[in-house]
Design a protein around this ligand. Structure first.
Ligand SMILES: Cc1cc2nc3c(=O)[nH]c(=O)nc-3n(C[C@H](O)[C@H](O)[C@H](O)COP(=O)(O)OP(=O)(O)OC[C@H]3O[C@@H](n4cnc5c(N)ncnc54)[C@H](O)[C@@H]3O)c2cc1C
Length: 467
């Protein structure tokens, strides 16, 4: 049987490949870079262990747990230190621990009396009645007010999406939030009903889901899958053209300028949208996904700095600090990496991972490294009372980091649906289609494996002959 071609060796493509490996469905994975993992990469140097891209994975579903167990990684999984629950948001130039429970919300002085009142009346506000798609900012202002937008949602969206709530679509970027209003008419009522439903079903809410990594960082997950599929992987192979005929799919590599010397039963695209946009699909040289080039991916710099413990005045007793746009700082936020997970810094030292740029200030991410470090140190001095020079520096620039699910994202999703329909045997997955988090990407990899297996069964390709 011809293998399924998986294009892109980030976590989406790797998850699908691992599913096929387990089910003994032939596949071949093509990755343009010299290594697998996509935006995931862990660096170990001078006693520090730093993530270049994502830092944490949320174990949101039993499939993720099964993936870890199947790869024999259970013992190597590290959950975030439960003592480090504090989450800081900068307010008036200093990090303030935000209230995380309803009682703390009403008793703390983080939000004004007006915002507390806004929260109390939220269950009595009706559903959105307008006919225009709403931005996240408009949705939050309407239901919870401006202060909640500026000091809760704006920093959160900067930290998760490197995005701007005025541009992001609540429907596409935050489907669960959108669904709460649609289903219950209120976020608070939805929250209460959701808690009841989860108790009944024995599931946990996203806030209670455990945050994790591995003893040697997220790279452990990549290496574990990569080792199992290495005979079916070609690195340094950029696929630029796909052609199908009754005999299967032929792939062309722009790296070797030649066709790949095997035919494929189906193709899964998991490359970023801006790459899929350039792919020629079919014999006429058409690029049917070209519209995807309009999906914005703002640049982000991820900067991990190590310090001697005595050079950092803050207690670092929490997850990290997020910076609202109103605070006019250079960074989107900083994760207290060595507080969250063990073995991130040598004895007597700490590791802080900060992000710069995003939709809020793309120019900052594009500055030369030394300027970025100076700007970051200014923030860290103000917020965490850092003095002294860093003992470790690791910078990774993502020129196009995270796809932004902005207002009107429907048209990109519709285009992907349409191209799949027009090209039987072609499947599209990844963080521009199924959500941007690592857990979304893993689930996208799982569901792609299921969809492709089903389609191969329907076309009798997987059915044993002569039965
Ligand atoms: C800086 C940063 C921090 C993040 N932090 C977090 C976090 O803490 N937690 C979280 O849940 N999520 C986080 N995310 C998001 C999450 O990491 C990504 O959405 C997810 O890893 C995307 O995986 P993917 O496989 O879909 O795409 P990618 O990782 O982008 O992989 C796509 C792969 O396709 C390859 N490719 C491209 N073109 C071709 C071609 N023509 N032929 C062959 N191969 C090709 C690329 O080289 C790449 O390896 C972060 C993202 C970034 C950038």
């Amino acid at each position: 049987m011809k293998p399924v071609a998986i294009i892109g060796g980030g976590i989406t493509g790797l998850t699908t490949a691992y599913q096929f490996h387990k089910k003994k469905i032939p596949f071949h994975l093509y990755e343009s870079g010299s290594r697998l993992g996509g935006v995931i990469e862990t660096v170990e140097r001078d006693g520090y262990l730093a993530e270049c891209g994502p830092n944490t994975l949320l174990e949101t579903s039993s499939e993720i747990t099964r993936l870890i167990e199947g790869l024999n990684l259970t013992e190597r999984r590290c959950y975030a230190d439960p003592e480090m629950k504090n989450r800081f948001i900068t307010r008036n130039g200093r990090p303030v621990s935000i209230p995380l429970s309803p009682i703390a919300f009403f008793t703390s002085s983080f939000f004004s009396v007006y915002t507390k009142w806004r929260l109390m009346i939220e269950p009595f506000l009706g559903r959105y009645s307008g006919d225009k798609e709403e931005s996240l900012a408009d949705f939050v202002k309407r239901r919870l007010g401006n202060e909640f937008l500026d000091y809760a949602i704006n920093p959160l969206v900067g930290g998760v999406y490197a995005g701007n709530p005025e541009e992001l679509s609540v429907k596409h970027g935050f489907p669960k939030l959108y669904a709460l209003e649609q289903k219950y008419g209120s976020l608070i009522r939805g929250q209460i009903n959701g808690t009841r439903e989860r108790k009944r079903k024995g599931t946990v809410s996203k806030q209670d889901v455990k945050m994790m990594t591995f003893d040697k960082g997220l790279q452990v997950l990549i290496d574990a899958i990569a080792n199992r599929i290495k005979e079916h992987t070609d690195n340094s192979t950029t696929i630029s053209r796909l052609e199908s005929d009754p005999d299967g799919w032929e792939l062309f590599s722009s790296t070797t300028k030649e066709s790949i010397p095997r035919k494929h039963s189906a193709v899964l695209l998991t490359a970023p949208a801006f790459t899929m946009a350039k792919m020629e699909i079919g014999t006429s040289g058409d690029t049917p996904l070209k519209e995807l080039s309009e999906i914005t991916y703002p640049p982000v710099s991820s900067v991990a700095l190590g310090f001697r413990r005595e050079d950092v005045g803050h207690s670092l007793n929490g997850f990290g600090v997020l910076n609202p746009e109103k605070e006019n700082l250079n960074t989107l936020g900083t994760i207290f990496s060595s507080s969250l997970f063990p073995n991130r810094a040598p004895e007597g030292h700490v590791l802080l991972t900060s992000y710069m740029g995003g939709s809020r200030s793309p120019d900052l991410a594009l500055k030369p490294e030394n300027e970025k470090i100076d700007l970051l140190l200014n923030d860290l001095k103000k917020l965490l009372h850092v003095s002294g020079k860093p003992t470790f520096i690791n910078i990774r620039d993502y020129e196009k980091a995270i796809p932004q699910y902005v207002i009107g994202y429907d048209r990109f999703k519709n285009r992907m649906d349409q191209v799949e329909k027009q090209q039987p045997g072609l499947f599209i997955a990844g963080n521009c289609r199924n959500g941007i988090s690592l857990s979304d990407s893993i689930m996208s990899g799982y569901s792609s494996a299921d969809r492709i297996e089903k389609s191969l069964n329907e076309t009798n390709i997987l059915k044993p002959t002569g039965v």
